[in-house]
Design a protein around this ligand. Structure first.
Ligand code: AMP
Length: 595
């Protein structure tokens, strides 16, 4: 296959006909109000994400469709074994989420209360997420690979009242921090393999569910009432709780249609974990809004298993991530040759830069190019995308979806100014007004205000737009690290390292990595009386891993006699990175002498 700069599409030949057939026409005629009207409101008024996703379908044939197909870790271990597989229809999901909402109500939990989830991709997590939304509670999913420290920080900032987790995760990650979480009133546990639990100070979720009625009317919320609190990281300070309201569901619906092109007969597989925003917006909400069946696989990445699932589960729309694609590429052609994917009709990816090579690999090996799209926790939904009918420029994130105005801005003396010319690098900005825009960072008004300039939300990403209106990712404007698609704040890692008695100062950078984008590397200087040696290195790596969890902890730690700081005392991560990569050091005029 020749590698032209553009992959041309023949939109007329695509079946089913893509929702976004004519980009310009659809952008012109698009209105958020029309989407809002199409989605409708609850009988008697009000909106609730869980009502729109589940109960809205009950009077329609969708009620008998499978909403989720859950595969346990041991399902599909070989082609014949299918024992831990559970299908839940929309009607069943409505009943189960009602039960969960009633269980919360029986504990006095409802509107505005903070409910956190910490679990792998098990059915209970999905039922609890939707049930909590139904009850009017504000939902926060946590990544199950976090260690106790990130869990404690987020539960404290978010004033978590109820935690739903598994017995194993509770014992490993929560029991040790529980005494430091005074606002936490209830812990509901899922037992291993469906077993009941009896851990002191917690409740058994299955027992609560059993006692609860399966009739519940979803709370009528307003479009501005809080629904979700998703944590994200910045360069400095604690993690930020991005607040999203029930009205965000309008974006989830529109983007499920345009960017993922969901049709009712689709078998959709979003590989993201609900501990991150993609796994919630597109692993739970958007596919349900469109009445499709979602595949949920509990197991971790495994190339052979993933190809088998794509084939045997007849996946038609697949939403995954660049790291996963690169891991499939690395697994080599022999594995993929054993499988066929005749039903697969659309592949999209998000979360980090997608190499042009990966787009082409999809076209050659899976028979379909991979369609990159862009968004972030704060935007609540996909903003820029390559859609099925759109020509792809490999390496580009695509064009803004209908209803989204994106542009490149540059800082001037008086604020930010839009750059009208093509191919100029600057900060990616979005005109405010789409329904899933975050409503603030919890208790951090100043940090929220700084994200805006006039009518524009400043994304913190550097990008350029070409003459055809395609956007190209350039890099982050700040020091946050993207590793395997997960956003990591260097400050959180530095703080955990500083808690070790040997560490005097710590600076953390993202080190480019061909597979996962970036890995976390830390530089530390030691307090007097400590010696840099292999033993201490292993101890520090272990300390960080235990506190932060595998997803966040540094993979590498290097000792330095001292870290470069500005005269005002800030560690210069930029300089650490430049030195690590052998790049020019740039402006060092603010560097403290001798560093
Ligand atoms: P998160 O808030 O964790 O979803 O991370 C959002 C960030 O991930 C964005 O601000 C970008 O830096 C990065 N990102 C998301 N999608 C893409 C993409 N398609 N290409 C490059 N970077 C991306």
């Amino acid at each position: 296959m020749t590698r032209a700069a553009i992959i041309r599409k023949n939109a007329a030949a695509l079946a089913p006909a893509p929702h976004l057939l004519d980009y310009e026409v659809e952008r012109r005629r698009f209105s958020w109000d029309a989407v809002r009207a199409e989605l409708g409101t609850m009988p008697g008024g009000g909106i609730n994400i869980a009502w729109a996703a589940v109960d809205r379908h009950l009077g329609t044939p969708v009620r008998d469709h499978v909403a989720f197909r859950f595969l346990g870790r041991d399902a599909h271990c070989n082609a014949l074994r299918n024992d831990s597989r559970r299908d839940i229809t929309y009607a069943e999901l409505a009943r189960l989420t009602n039960r969960f909402a009633n269980a919360l109500r029986s504990l006095g939990v409802g509107r505005g209360d903070r409910v956190f989830l910490l679990a792998s991709r098990i059915p209970e997590l999905y039922i609890a997420a939707l049930g909590a939304l139904k009850s009017g509670s504000v939902l926060t999913p946590l990544f199950s690979a976090f260690g106790p420290e990130p869990i404690k920080t987020r539960m404290t900032i978010g004033a978590c009242k109820v935690l739903i987790t598994t017995e194993a995760l509770y014992r490993r990650k929560v029991a040790s921090i529980r005494a430091e979480l005074p606002q936490l009133e209830h812990i509901l546990l899922v037992g291993e393999g469906g077993a009941r639990t009896s851990v002191p100070g917690t409740r058994d979720l299955a027992t609560l569910m059993e006692a609860a009625s399966d009739a519940f009317e979803a709370e009528r919320m307003s479009a501005d009432d809080l629904a979700l609190l998703h944590f994200t990281s910045g360069t400095t300070g604690t993690p930020k709780g991005a607040m999203h309201a029930h009205g965000a569901v309008v974006t989830h619906y529109a983007t499920g249609r345009y960017a993922l092109d969901l049709h009712p007969e689709d078998l959709f597989w979003c590989t993201a974990d609900p501990g991150w925003v993609t796994g919630t917006s597109y692993g739970i909400i958007a596919p349900l809004l469109h009445g499709v069946t979602s595949l949920v696989d509990e197991a971790d990445f495994d190339a052979e298993r993933w190809y088998r699932l794509l084939q045997d589960e007849h996946v038609s729309v697949w939403y995954t991530a660049p790291t996963a694609v690169r891991m499939l590429m690395k697994a080599g052609p022999e594995v993929v040759k054993k499988y066929r994917f005749p039903e697969l009709r659309f592949i999209a990816s998000v979360g980090e830069p997608l190499n042009p090579e990966a787009v082409w690999w999809g076209a050659q090996v899976l028979g379909l190019p991979i369609h990159d799209n862009w968004w972030q926790t704060e935007t609540g939904g996909i903003m820029i995308a390559n859609t099925p009918a759109m020509d792809i420029k490999p390496g580009s994130m695509g064009r803004p979806l209908p209803g989204i105005d994106a542009c490149i801005v540059k800082k001037t003396d008086t604020g930010f100014e839009e750059v009208r010319e093509a191919d100029v690098e600057g900060e990616l900005a979005l005109r405010v007004g789409w329904p899933s825009m975050f409503r603030g960072y919890l208790n951090q008004e100043e940090r929220y205000r700084k994200c805006f300039s006039g009518d524009y939300y400043l994304t913190g990403d550097l990008a350029r737009r070409d003459a055809d209106g395609y956007f190209w990712f350039v890099g982050r404007a700040d020091d946050v690290i993207k590793s395997a698609g997960h956003l990591i704040g260097p400050f959180e890692v530095e703080s955990a390292l500083m808690e070790h008695p040997a560490v005097a100062e710590a600076g953390v950078i993202g080190k480019p990595d061909p597979m996962v984008g970036e890995t976390v590397k830390a530089f530390v200087s030691l307090k007097a009386g400590y010696t840099a040696n292999d033993e201490l290195l292993m101890e520090l790596l272990g300390h960080a891993r235990k506190r932060l969890g595998a997803a966040v902890a540094p993979k590498e730690i290097a000792f330095l006699p001292s870290l470069p700081r500005t005269r005002s005392g800030k560690i210069m991560r930029r300089l650490l990175k430049a030195r690590e990569l052998g790049l020019p050091e740039g402006d060092t005029s603010t560097l403290e002498s001798g560093a």
